[in-house]
Write a new protein. Structure first.
Length: 260
């Protein structure tokens, strides 16, 4: 039997950082641990587009769904602002289509957002029975994916003033180095993203941009899980893997309303 990083047995359940988005909501961010994929994806890789075997990825997604208590719907993320509305448990196939955010209004419908340095965002309005996720990469954040998912939640009956949000592990503003022109372009749209690395070069602070968008929209309850994926090997990081000349997997933010 294979063993994962740090001696974690591949048969062990997923290790998930749970967050509180209100009563009746299950939500959290997966780590690398608790899956069946071998190196270099070791071990809970949830991404189908990173050359891992599809059967292993589907087995990992089933493990994530078991933790969540609901089948998990994933989208084909393209760094845009489109929002998919997921209406039933049967939507948990490989993909619900191209979208970088999703909203669900039914209990027992799981939503998942895949990342490996971008920002995963989880959202819930318990009173309205609406949950959402967003994939906030550089382009999607600059173009307004966070306001877009909040608008979709509002259309589904949510009140932004009641929404609770969790901003998950991602590349931090101290490490996410970019060309100066790129920093200027993104910061023009989202000023809170302007940053500098610890070694003095231009950078982007994407989670700060997400938090600023949430607060500007009126979301008062925002939790930021501040782990940096580039520095923290509990999580997959595209940038860290690329520095080593390797590929890597994807972890996920997961959310669902409890119930059948």
């Amino acid at each position: 039997m294979q063993h994962g990083r740090g001696g974690v047995d591949d048969a062990a359940p997923p290790v998930v950082l749970e967050v509180d988005l209100g009563p009746g909501v299950r939500a959290g961010f997966t780590t690398r641990a608790g899956g069946v994929s071998p190196e270099p994806w070791q071990s809970l890789n949830l991404g189908l587009n990173v050359t891992d075997d599809a059967a292993r990825v589907r087995a990992n997604r089933a493990r994530a769904g078991a933790w969540l208590g609901a089948p998990v719907a994933f989208a084909s993320q393209v760094h845009g602002t489109d929002v998919a509305v997921v209406t039933d448990r049967g939507s948990a196939a490989d993909s619900v289509g191209e979208a970088d955010a999703m909203v669900a209004v039914a209990a027992g419908v799981g939503l998942g957002v895949l990342v490996a340095d971008c920002v995963p965002v989880l959202l819930a309005d318990v009173e309205a029975g609406v949950v959402g996720v967003a994939h906030a990469g550089r382009r999607g954040l600059a173009h307004g994916v966070v306001p877009a998912v909040l608008d979709a939640m509002r259309s589904a009956g949510a009140s932004v003033g009641r929404v609770r949000a969790a901003v998950g592990p991602s590349a931090c503003g101290r490490c996410y180095e970019v060309p100066a022109t790129m920093r200027d372009e993104v910061a023009l749209a989202r000023p809170a993203t302007w940053s500098t690395t610890t070694w003095g070069t231009p950078a982007l602070d994407l989670p700060a941009g997400v938090v600023a968008d949430l607060e500007a929209a009126g979301v008062a309850d925002v939790v930021h899980v501040g782990a940096c994926t580039i520095e923290d090997e509990r999580f997959f990081s595209h940038r860290r893997a690329a520095r080593g000349g390797s590929t890597t997997g994807r972890f996920a933010g997961l959310v669902a309303l409890a119930g059948a």
